[in-house]
Design a protein around this ligand. Structure first.
Ligand code: G4P
Length: 524
């Protein structure tokens, strides 16, 4: 039992669009034996940038459901790679996926360095002290000075870097990478046709073979490596596990270079599932009874059937088909006769799942993000947040008689976490909140195709929102009366302060010191 969960490595790749997440995913699957030739991860181009393309992919939701979690064996471990949506917009899905992983891998383009989306995603990782591996990609292209890149990661992301591999040249001059811990050179050769490719290596930087390989640059390179060793902290497991230090690898995902070294080190070092917090107690992954929480709900292949899949991260115990689970929020026991598992290679369909694994539960509208399942114990996992939206629109119906359908559609889309809905206390507006513009387009499209509702989203004078709390009921009531013009109820019934400007929010916070204004809300 404990062996099973200790073999699990559940992680997500975080990166700015175009840094190479899809390409790296492909190569990891290749090493895991999940695919024979790279180039088969679906939805490549369409997963990026263009709204219309993304919609097209969403229409083939079967694909996105199965590629949301990819499981493959590697070196006696079971790797669960959770996909974060690839389009250029922020999505809450991405954030929540990060609550279901034990660690993350950050991909950085060596020519571009730390980019905006990476900064945001790292902020989310920091909330949970998620351990981070770093892969600096596209070494086959001319990039920035590696030292400078590490400085940037340390400065901008506030995490210490310990290089594990170090490039020997870049772009046209790329000769290989040097593994600082193994004292070994891996020689760069362009991979042909996406095949797995075997790279030759040379042991010992000081060996005659290495000196011959490096030629006139041998002394300079040895000096550089010396400098790198002196300038960077030694690898410290505790610092990595608490998210303060990241091991750094260099390579080229497209050329399949440096990836195997990355993956080998990753499965050895990255954490297995760790204890998780609940409302009652800490749950240990080695416990015998199953517990888990839902971090994502996604429409399934056939939108007409409104069949949805709830993605549950198992936190302890073992899942077996046919078992009975308590759906804690609604207090009901349900028999789970079949669940989706996500072995990336079809040959190895796994029926059972353990702590660290993700399973997909069929959901006819009763399961929400944040829901906990147990074998009877009354506890709920905490820390699956809703993020304060940054964009707001008012929903306006083309046909006012379709109001009921609109409300139903919005309620269900909120449940999936596709958008957030706020109903002001003072009027009947339906205000939608999103973290990225694309979310509105997706909601409009889905309302039209799945609920037959033609709906426009108008600009509205709202800059930001905060969930409001107070231990003191009377204070809360007083605040509710005083600030009624700016208050709304979200889809779960929580009280939210809707601010027309940042200045207004600052003032409201100043004037109501007894009220807590929170930028995230736990799903509870
Ligand atoms: P993403 O998922 O992070 O958005 O990035 P993706 O892997 O799709 O890669 C973005 C672009 O960068 C792709 O080029 C991809 O081929 C290229 N790329 C990824 N890794 C490397 C690398 O190691 N070296 C080089 N030189 N390029 C790399 P594209 O032209 O946009 O798409 P495609 O025509 O290759 O599909």
């Amino acid at each position: 039992m404990s062996q099973q969960y200790q073999r699990r490595r559940t992680f997500a790749i975080i990166s700015h669009p175009d840094a190479g997440k899809t390409t790296l995913t492909e190569k990891l699957l290749l090493f895991g034996g999940a695919i024979q030739l790279a180039g088969t991860v679906k939805g490549r181009k369409s997963a990026r940038h263009a709204t219309s393309d993304w919609m097209a992919m969403e229409k083939e939701r079967g694909i996105s459901v199965t590629s949301s979690v990819m499981q493959f064996p590697f070196d006696d471990h079971i790797v669960n790679l959770l996909d974060t949506p690839g389009h250029a917009d922020f999505s809450e899905d991405t954030y929540r996926t990060l609550t279901a992983v034990d660690s993350a891998m950050m991909v950085i383009d060596c020519a571009k360095g730390v980019e905006e989306r990476t900064i945001k995603l790292m902020e989310v990782c920091r909330l949970r002290d998620t351990p981070i591996y770093t892969f600096i990609n596209k070494l086959d292209r001319e990039g920035r000075d590696p030292m400078e890149l590490m400085d940037e990661v340390e400065r901008v992301l506030g995490i210490q870097c310990t290089p594990v591999t170090w490039p020997i040249g870049m772009g046209k001059r790329l000769k290989g990478i040097y593994h600082l811990l193994e004292d070994r050179i891996y020689i760069y050769e362009e991979a042909k046709g996406g095949a797995r490719g075997v790279h030759r290596s040379i042991d010992g930087l000081a060996s005659p073979e290495a000196r011959e390989f490096l030629g006139d640059d041998a002394d300079d390179y040895a000096d550089e490596v010396e400098l790198v060793r002196e300038a960077s902290p030694a690898f410290d497991l505790d610092a990595y596990l608490s998210g303060r230090l990241t091991p750094v690898f260099f390579g080229s995902a497209i050329a399949n270079f440096g990836v195997q070294e990355l993956l080998e080190s990753f499965v050895r070092t990255a954490p297995a599932p760790r204890p998780a917090n609940t409302t009652v107690r800490e749950v240990d992954p080695g416990e015998e009874k199953l517990t888990g929480f839902v971090f994502k709900v996604q429409a399934n292949m056939d939108p007409a059937h409104r069949d949805r899949v709830a993605f549950m991260r198992i936190c302890s115990g073992q899942f077996r088909p046919g078992m009975k689970l308590r759906h804690v929020r609604i207090g009901k026991d349900v028999k789970i006769s079949k669940a989706l598992t996500f072995m990336a290679s079809e040959r190895e369909q796994a029926e059972e799942a353990w702590a660290g694994d993700i399973i997909g539960l069929h959901n006819h509208g009763t399961i929400r993000i944040g829901d906990t399942f147990t074998e009877g114990e009354e506890l709920q996992f905490t820390g699956i947040p809703n993020f304060a939206p940054e964009l707001f629109r008012r929903a306006v119906l083309a046909d006012p008689l379709r109001m009921k359908q609109l409300q139903k559609g919005l309620d269900q889309l909120c449940e999936e976490g596709a958008t957030q809905l706020f109903r002001p206390l003072r009027n009947n507006d339906l205000i939608l909140g999103a973290v990225g513009q694309l979310q509105f387009d997706v909601v409009a499209e889905r309302l039209r195709t799945e609920y037959g509702v033609d709906c426009k989203f108008e600009a509205i004078n709202v800059a930001t929102a905060r969930w409001t709390y107070s231990e003191d009921e009377r204070e809360l009531e007083r605040f509710r009366r005083r600030a009624e013009d700016n208050l709304a109820i979200d889809h779960s019934g929580a009280l939210v302060y809707i601010a027309p400007t940042r200045v207004n929010l600052d003032l409201a916070m100043e004037r109501n010191p007894e009220i807590e204004f929170r930028a995230t809300r736990d799903h509870l």
